[in-house]
Design a binder for this molecule. Structure first.
Ligand SMILES: Cc1ncc(COP(=O)(O)O)c(C=O)c1O
Length: 350
């Protein structure tokens, strides 16, 4: 194939993280340690009688109504779709002209710059400080069309100071996107402020605390005018008939959500201590995952663990995260399994 057929901005892409999973324990994708959302699974079973010959609601109106009730906003404040990744893609498509710039933090979620690139934009990163906090002054004085951050930040696992995020929103006459994929674990959200700030967009997901990563459901919230502009860009029907049903059921099941957050709060100190006892430097977490730094090469650890049946994510090749790895916070059983296997790998490295 002639490479020049491919759009120049898409020519040097790499495939995304795609490990051989088999029956390995997955602690690499920060999903829900308690597994699938029970109300969502029931709704899925009941979906067998749905008429799959028909299209779903064009814009997922039932789910948007349900979200509006939850947050005390209106349905037209929301755009729902195929994971919050779709929401992020929609945002970039809506606001960025080819060649324009999006400002992101570094280190941050790797797909932020991917969405910018595939949509023909340019990413300018502003480094987080030594505590992985935002450099507000530099971001606000950097020219660019859109600002995009996530809090809790992935993979550093900390949240940003509320005042700093506010200063980004108030100090910018441009869209500021706050990716809150892990917002439920931190217990704070900028989402209720989307009517107060007309440049604020918040993205959220059902993949993490709601335990529905396999269904691919996410959403964004913004002022109604901004949301309408993005709704027009979204691929119609991108949230399928079953996904919408499952999401509505999951949203109503507050008990599972609360339990999911609680298990992370209870298990975090255990896993942090276990990692410290093995000699790792552990970074403070407000999410359902922990970032830690090793003195043994991170790829050796990740490979050794994978060979023993547990996957965690290696960030050792990322600037400023040399020899860092990220693990999901699991149940006690999962965490113990991980720590035991890690002990074996470290012993074998001696
Ligand atoms: C920070 C962040 N944002 C967005 C996403 C995308 O989540 P999803 O597309 O599953 O909603 C992830 C997934 O890991 C993430 O870590």
């Amino acid at each position: 194939m002639d490479k020049s057929w491919i759009r120049s901005t898409c020519r040097d892409l790499e495939l995304y993280y795609n490990p051989k999973v088999g029956d390995k324990l997955r602690m690499d994708t920060s999903t829900n340690a308690l597994g699938a959302n029970p109300a969502g699974s029931r709704a899925l079973a009941e979906s067998a009688s749905l008429n799959l010959g028909q299209y779903p609601s064009t814009y997922g109106d039932n789910l948007r109504e349900e979200l509006a009730k939850l947050y005390g906003l209106r349905k037209d404040n929301f755009v729902v779709g195929n994971g919050s990744d779709e929401a992020l893609d929609i945002i970039i498509k809506t606001f960025l002209e080819p060649g324009e710039t999006v400002i992101t933090a570094h280190p941050a979620y790797v797909l932020h710059s991917f969405f910018v690139k595939i949509n023909g934009g340019r990413t300018v990163t502003v480094d987080l400080d030594d505590d992985f906090q935002l450099d507000v002054e530099r971001i606000n004085s950097t020219p660019g069309k859109v600002v995009l951050i996530c809090t809790p930040n992935n993979p550093t696992s900390n949240t940003f100071r509320l005042d700093d995020v506010k200063a980004l929103i108030e100090g910018s006459d441009r869209p500021v996107v706050v990716d809150e994929a892990y917002g439920e674990y931190a217990g704070r959200s900028f989402l209720p402020l989307v009517e107060r700030y007309d440049n604020l967009i918040v993205t959220r997901t059902f993949s993490k605390a709601y335990g529905l990563a396999g269904m691919r459901i996410g959403y964004l919230a913004a002022g109604e005018e901004m949301a309408e502009a993005m709704q027009k860009v979204k691929i119609p029907y991108s949230l399928n008939l079953i996904g919408e049903r499952v999401a509505v059921a999951a949203l109503r099941d507050r008990e599972f959500l609360e339990r999911s957050v609680k298990v992370v709060q209870e298990e975090r100190p255990f896993l942090e201590q276990g990692l410290r006892d093995l000699g790792f430097q552990v970074y403070p977490s407000e999410a359902n995952y922990i970032l830690f730094r090793s003195t043994t090469p991170s790829e050796v650890l990740a490979k050794g663990l994978s060979d023993k049946g547990v996957l965690i994510r290696d960030f050792g090749k990322v600037r400023r995260l040399e020899n860092c790895l990220r693990t999901t916070i699991g149940t006690r059983e999962m965490n113990t399994f991980l720590l035991d296997r890690m002990k074996e790998v470290l012993r074998e490295c001696l």
